[in-house]
Design a protein around this ligand. Structure first.
Ligand SMILES: NC(=O)c1ccc[n+]([C@@H]2O[C@H](COP(=O)([O-])OP(=O)(O)OC[C@H]3O[C@@H](n4cnc5c(N)ncnc54)[C@H](O)[C@@H]3O)[C@@H](O)[C@H]2O)c1
Length: 254
């Protein structure tokens, strides 16, 4: 009961981008279990996520959205307002990663990673922030950063990804201050290596190289990110804005 009062999300509408699989899917289920009505914005479909949420007794809907397209995101936000009448929480999670030596990666590839990870999160945050401001919603935006926004992963080269996540972290601080007077909170989450399709598909030799660098000797699970997201989403974190929560098993402490 006390935990429900502190951390419950009943009555809140939570938007999750890239929620068709991976971290987005698991966290979307967690938000629904905590009481939120969940809206999945993803490019293809989110049937599995919707089924799992409904199986757990939660409520969810899917809107086909490309986070790099402003019109697509704006239309999704309008649809959410018509359906649920609010946008209280945004888990700005959609992202891509490119492992490529900088001299081999094309400028187009660099731009594409920045376009999804940084500009995409900006487009979603901006569209949601606008709705929150116009409707006087004291919302919470949680941007997906990464430990890669503050450390350089080895041995794989992923300059575009690291740069995009560093950008997300400073964009988060900038929006937190810019929107503080509207009561809109903006924070970021910085996971370490998490076992999802993005990382599980990586070659075994890479995972072997990562293992000795992980103080906990294992990757994290998407489930281990749910509590941090619920904390940032709920009213208990009312004084937390402009923060980055690191969930990386101490990887970045070295
Ligand atoms: N897995 C990790 O180790 C790890 C660590 C730190 C941060 N992250 C971040 O977590 C987030 C989720 O990663 P994941 O591991 O679950 O990856 P994933 O590849 O399993 O999921 C990413 C999702 O984003 C969606 N997406 C990509 N581009 C999109 C677009 N233009 N519009 C809408 N949706 C789009 C994909 O379709 C997919 O559903 C990413 O931002 C990633 O950078 C992951």
């Amino acid at each position: 009961m006390y935990l429900d009062e502190l951390f419950g999300l009943t009555g809140k509408v939570a938007v999750v981008t890239g929620g068709g699989r991976g971290i987005g899917q698991v966290v979307a289920i967690g938000l629904a279990k905590a009481g939120a009505k969940v809206v999945i914005l993803a490019r293809s479909n989110a049937d599995e996520t919707l089924a799992k949420i409904r199986e757990a007794g939660g409520e969810a809907m899917f809107i086909s959205t490309d986070v790099t397209k402003e019109e697509s995101v704006d239309a999704a936000m309008q649809k959410i307002m018509v359906t649920y009448g609010s946008v209280d929480v945004v888990f700005n999670n959609a992202g891509i990663c490119l492992h490529k030596d900088t001299f081999e990666a094309t400028i187009e590839e660099f731009r594409n990673v920045l376009d999804v990870n940084l500009t995409g999160e900006y487009i979603v945050a901006r569209a949601a922030g606008k709705i929150m401001k116009e409707n006087n919603i004291k919302g919470s935006i949680i941007n997906m950063a990464s430990m890669s926004g503050s450390i350089v992963n080895i041995p794989q080269w992923q300059c575009s990804y690291n740069a995009s996540k560093a950008g997300v972290m400073h964009m988060t601080k900038s929006l937190a201050i810019e929107w503080a007077d509207y009561g809109i909170r903006v924070n970021s989450l910085s996971p370490g290596y998490i076992a999802t399709p993005m990382s599980v598909d990586t070659p075994q030799e890479l995972k072997d190289a990562w293992a000795p660098l992980m103080p906990l000797h294992r990757m994290g699970t998407p489930e281990e990110l749910i509590p941090a997201v619920i904390y940032l989403a709920c009213d208990a974190s009312g004084y937390t804005t402009g923060s980055d929560i690191i969930v990386d098993g101490a990887y970045s402490c070295r």
